[in-house]
Design a protein around this ligand. Structure first.
Ligand SMILES: Nc1ncnc2c1ncn2[C@@H]1O[C@H](COP(=O)(O)OP(=O)(O)OP(=O)(O)O)[C@@H](O)[C@H]1O
Ligand code: SF4
Ligand SMILES: [Mg+2]
Length: 375
């Protein structure tokens, strides 16, 4: 392995301090200050992630999923963006306190992101091989030849045919699906500790989607890295996520293990998302229930619960008071005034994975757990 080009402390190689997590996002707030007003794009996001875990981040368009993770990557232009509070810690170190030089090393080497739009993320004037190998040259001190050789291997790994030829081509010579694969190869190049995949499969057909997810999971099994999977579809992360954060209007409205989110959801917005998941076993004539209405503007958020205008259960207090997180002892939280009211929780959907099923599993000691996985 080639040695580092620069003399950085390689955080990826450092042990995670006792009591810390691989990634901790702690009440993060990042607003855009625009001519039209202050956009509350990230408003109190909190979660923890450990090695080997997959976090699913779910919510409708404009809920702040991408901007939250661009903030973690240090990729938001400031201004107009501004950190208004909170912290992001990677292996115990505050990302917000890092110099731009340190951050450049973290970005790509330690935390890599597959961006939502592969067209805008690839540089049209450089060959694919150069772009895929760039991180290895920058962070690992690879020579041009070494980087090109590894880039060719990576293209092969993500299922691009004739990688020796394709490595010398330009982005416009690749189809949308192939560009998405190039983005994945770029993100995997430096074996990142955390892979953030922002809707990596939306542009792809179902078979390729499955292959891409399988590829990320295989890499995770081999390297023990963490994955953050961003999607608007709760169904996509149902099988792969250990933890799920549901976002609404820049806020996390519910966070818990996948078991907790599917078997014991405690926020009406999550209930709506669960009801919108197509059930493969269901009667084809049965209609899915999408959530009626639209999310609020992030400039003029309503007083009270941001979901109140669309919530079928809203009562007076919902329009008057912003709900704070109600957290269980396992760390499962919901930003609904009634999240700990058993009578209210009876309105939760009876998904194919039923609440009764949860009770049985809990009794058998297999219920929601917040245990860390070994890397
Ligand atoms: N540079 C910017 N200036 C002002 N507002 C912005 C800027 N970038 C993003 N926003 C706003 O931040 C909010 C969150 O956007 P974000 O892209 O994170 O949503 P998302 O959940 O990723 O949605 P999608 O599912 O469509 O990708 C949106 O209201 C968006 O308009
Ligand atoms: S606080 Fe009220 S409006 Fe908000 S989700 Fe709960 S019940 Fe619905
Ligand atoms: Mg997005």
């Amino acid at each position: 392995m080639a040695k580092h080009a620069k003399n950085y402390v390689d955080l990826k190689e450092q042990p995670i301090p006792e009591g810390s997590h691989l990634l901790e996002v702690d009440n993060l707030k990042m607003y855009f200050h625009t001519q039209d007003g202050v956009v509350h794009a990230v408003d109190g996001v909190s979660y923890t992630l450990d090695r080997g875990e997959t976090l699913g981040v779910v919510g409708e368009s404009g809920s702040g999923k991408s901007v939250t993770h661009m903030t973690i990557m240090g990729l938001i232009e400031m201004p107009p963006g501004k950190i208004e509070g909170g912290d992001i810690r990677y292996r115990g170190r505050s990302i917000l306190e890092m110099t731009e030089e340190e951050m450049q090393h973290v970005r790509g080497n330690d935390i890599a992101m597959i961006f939502q739009d592969p067209m805008t993320s690839l540089n049209p004037v450089y060959k694919i091989g150069r772009q895929v190998g760039e991180g290895l040259r920058l962070h690992r001190g690879y020579s041009k030849q070494e980087a090109l050789k590894r880039a060719t291997e990576l293209l092969d790994l993500v299922g691009i045919p004739e990688p020796e030829k394709r490595v010398n081509e330009y982005p416009h010579q690749f189809s949308g699906g192939m560009r998405q694969r190039v983005m994945i190869a770029m993100a995997l190049a430096c074996d990142p500790d955390i892979l953030i995949a922002d809707e990596p499969t939306t542009a792809l057909d179902v078979t390729i989607q499955a292959q891409i997810i399988e590829l990320m999971q295989k890499m995770q099994e081999e390297n023990g890295n963490a994955i953050i999977m961003i999607t608007h579809d709760l169904g996509v992360v149902a099988d792969m996520a250990d933890k799920i954060m549901v976002m609404y209007a820049g806020r996390p409205v519910e966070f818990g293990t996948a078991e907790e989110i599917f078997y014991d959801p405690r926020h009406p917005y999550t209930w709506g998302l669960i009801r919108s998941i197509p059930d493969h076993g269901m009667d084809e004539k049965k209609e899915l229930t999408p959530i009626a209405g639209n999310p609020p503007s992030l400039v003029n958020l309503p007083t009270g619960c941001p979901f109140a205008p669309r919530c079928p259960y809203a009562v007076d207090i919902c329009h008057e008071k912003l709900p704070q997180h109600i957290t269980t002892e396992t760390g499962h939280y919901s930003a609904c005034h009634f999240a700990d009211d058993p009578a209210f929780l009876k309105f939760a959907p009876e998904n194919s994975r039923t609440r009764a099923d949860l009770a049985v599993r809990k009794a058998a000691g297999q219920g929601a757990s917040s245990e860390k996985k070994e890397a």
